[in-house]
Design a protein around this ligand. Structure first.
Ligand SMILES: [Zn+2]
Length: 207
């Protein structure tokens, strides 16, 4: 029995000033830092996912449709792929227990497609698309620690938060989304997304 907080893709490129900025991203970064600080005993683990692209094919486009194709973002090893400083510098080193990176050679919306980032060496591009990232998948990392409940927050509500929550339910985890600690690409769609997640068995925490 244990509970983890999964912080989804709170990266510079998804916050104001980034290449795929989501309104409210920086505020979510700051609010998440405060949430982690204010709940010191709440979580047995705090993990963060990162979109981490090397050559994700048609996920990138110079004429993006903002549904299946997007402007270049979160290129592995660039500042745009770093955690937003309002989150990264507000927490003591090590407060985030592990980072899971996804999307090296293809689109990856769910954090459960992510694999544990190796310190430092992980920034180097891998030899080719047939080489899978070596790290432990998120679901196994959580299972190894007895985590059976997750709370999910981050960016974007209607894409990677949504996909991560659905995958958490599929993995058999008791799953909640912390709605105020998310930001949506299309805020008008957020309500429909939360309704969809509720139907899938996700609790939506509104405060
Ligand atoms: Zn991406």
């Amino acid at each position: 029995m244990g509970k983890a907080l999964i912080i989804v893709d709170v990266q510079n490129d998804f916050c104001e000033g980034g290449s795929l900025a989501v309104d409210g991203g920086a505020a979510v970064a700051a609010a998440l830092a405060a949430h982690v600080r204010d709940h010191p005993g709440e979580y047995d683990a705090v993990v963060a996912t990162q979109d981490w692209h090397i050559d994700p094919g048609t996920h990138f486009s110079s004429e993006p449709d903002f549904v299946d194709s997007w402007p270049r973002h979160c290129v592995a090893g660039t500042p745009g792929a770093d955690l937003h400083p309002a989150l990264a510098t507000a927490l003591p080193p090590g407060r985030i227990d592990a980072f899971f990176r996804k999307g090296r050679y293809e689109a990856a919306y769910s954090g459960f497609e992510g694999r544990l980032a190796a310190p430092e060496a992980d920034d180097a591009p891998e030899p080719g698309p047939t080489h899978r990232a070596p790290g432990v998948p998120l679901a196994r990392w959580l299972a190894d620690r007895g985590i059976d409940e997750v709370e999910i927050a981050g960016i974007a509500t209607d894409h990677c938060v949504r996909a991560t929550a659905l995958a958490a339910v599929d993995a058999g985890l008791t799953t909640a989304v912390l709605a105020p600690l998310t930001a949506a690409v299309s805020p008008d769609n957020a309500r429909a997304v939360f309704d969809e997640l509720r139907r899938a068995g996700v609790q939506i925490h509104a405060d």
